[in-house]
Design a protein around this ligand. Structure first.
Ligand code: T4K
Length: 410
């Protein structure tokens, strides 16, 4: 393919990416940028909210004037301050992505041995444990939910356990009281992977007021994004200094480097995007709430499609719209996934396969599927439908109608 043929206004997305073996310029795999022309517009599981470009370029102008592009510049500090206010978190440290935020926390907490975690999450959750030289211990999720079951957590504690790494899956809060109770009694560090939970509130409290640390992802696919990015919130601001140092190679002053840190800083253009996203966050959240509400109305009476309710006391961010395709539905979950794909509706099976079934985990005793019954079932039934700001009512109806048509499948 000649570079002149590439239409850079068309973006490639997720499962539609096809890599080409054009090594003419030895630049590695190239992305084919064109969608097949025929058929309706593709609908993806998410689309990033992008504020007006002129507002972004105005902030970029300041970066150009200052010449400070990264290394904890002024926009980064401003973003941290605003996030502390918005999230109601005692202290927020920005990080270059959600995966490194998890790795930084595991390092900062100086953990050893085993970390109890969920098999039902994105791969970054358990990989961060392995990458920190620790052993993940998987326990099952709740009977009617997607988060760690506190009773199973307590059973899995050994004298090698140093922490619990729980995930607020889809932004639905974990049983924070039960987990706090267990962590306190067993003197364990309690960490929340809150990648999905930006802005979620529980019983009027910020979700970031629970646990010792929480991590966030500001990836392009998230409710709030900085292109790539993330953050760590800490309950005890005294722990913040170590994170500041770890994200900057372990440096504490020009001549003092006491820790083995890495480069996990957020750049100024990313911080600029974050600041601008905050100006629009109410709009973004209200749009997501609209989509959520319309799906619930549209899918309510379809036999075999279960829509998990938003628990009482939770102000949701509607970061995902998960449904369970149960045995009462005429198609299997994968059948529905393929059917929707044939109609150019690209849903996602977040989270399938289970982390515990991946090659680096499957031999762990805790990875035995017989102990992970609820997680296995959820993983077999889950489908996440498109949800994002500005998903139009008619696009949403396209998704609902496609599911409804499949429901009368012979
Ligand atoms: N912990 C949890 C619980 C997580 O869910 C994640 C990330 C992390 C930790 C780690 O955080 P980060 O290190 O990523 O900050 C996506 C995201 O890449 C990942 O951030 C996210 N979780 C995971 C649940 O989903 P993929 O492989 O599904 O992404 P992709 O590229 O297929 O995108 C999905 C759809 O989004 C596409 O079909 C189209 C749309 N899209 C995507 C991008 C990147 C856009 O419209 N524009 C874009 O720029 O993993």
């Amino acid at each position: 393919m000649d570079e002149a043929d590439l239409d850079l206004t068309e973006l490639p997305f997720g499962s539609n990416l096809t890599f080409m073996e054009d090594r003419k310029f030895d630049r590695g795999p190239q992305i084919q940028l064109r969608e097949p022309a025929e058929g309706p517009e593709p609908l993806y599981v998410t689309r990033p909210f992008l504020p007006p470009l002129n507002e972004y370029t105005k902030i970029l102008q300041g970066i150009w004037n200052r010449g400070i592009l990264t290394n904890n510049g002024p926009l980064n500090y401003a973003l941290e301050e605003k996030l502390e206010q918005f999230l109601g978190a005692p202290s927020v440290a920005t990080i270059s992505n959600g995966s490194l935020a998890l790795e930084m926390v595991l390092e900062a907490a100086q953990l050893t041995g085993e970390v109890i975690t969920t098999p039902y999450s994105f791969v970054a959750t358990s990989h961060s444990i392995l990458r920190a030289g620790l052993t993940p211990v998987f326990v099952d999720i709740e009977d009617n939910g997607f988060n760690l079951n506190p009773a199973r957590v307590e059973e899995a504690i050994t004298d090698r356990t140093s922490a619990i790494l729980a995930v607020h899956c889809y932004g639905i809060p974990c049983d924070v009281d039960a987990l706090a109770n267990i962590a306190r009694r067993h003197k364990l560090t309690l960490i929340y992977d809150a990648a999905h939970a930006f802005g979620v509130r529980l019983e009027g409290r910020s979700l970031f007021s629970f646990g010792d640390y929480s991590t966030l992802s500001f990836h392009a696919t998230k409710v709030f994004h900085t292109f790539e990015g993330g953050a760590i919130t800490v309950s005890d601001p005294a722990k913040r200094d170590r994170i500041n140092s770890l994200r900057n190679f372990g440096i504490t002053s020009e001549t003092t480097i006491p820790y083995i840190g890495t480069n996990a800083k957020l750049s100024e253009p990313s911080a600029a995007m974050g600041l601008l996203q905050l100006d629009y966050i109410d709009f973004v959240l209200s749009e997501r709430a609209r989509v959520d509400r319309l799906y619930r109305e549209g899918l309510a009476d379809i036999k075999g499609i279960y829509v998990p309710p938003i628990p009482d006391g939770v102000i949701s961010n509607h970061s995902y719209f998960p449904i369970l395709v149960t045995s009462d539905f005429p198609l299997s979950r994968d059948g529905l996934y393929e059917h929707l794909k044939s109609e150019r509706i690209f849903t996602r099976r977040y989270f399938y396969p289970l982390l515990s079934s991946l090659p680096m985990y499957e031999s762990l005793p805790s990875a035995d599927p017989k102990r992970l019954h609820n997680a296995s079932r959820a993983s077999e039934q889950i489908l996440c439908l498109p949800i994002y700001p500005l998903l139009s009512d008619s696009e949403l109806q396209r998704v609902v109608c496609a599911i409804r048509r499949s429901s009368s499948h012979p």
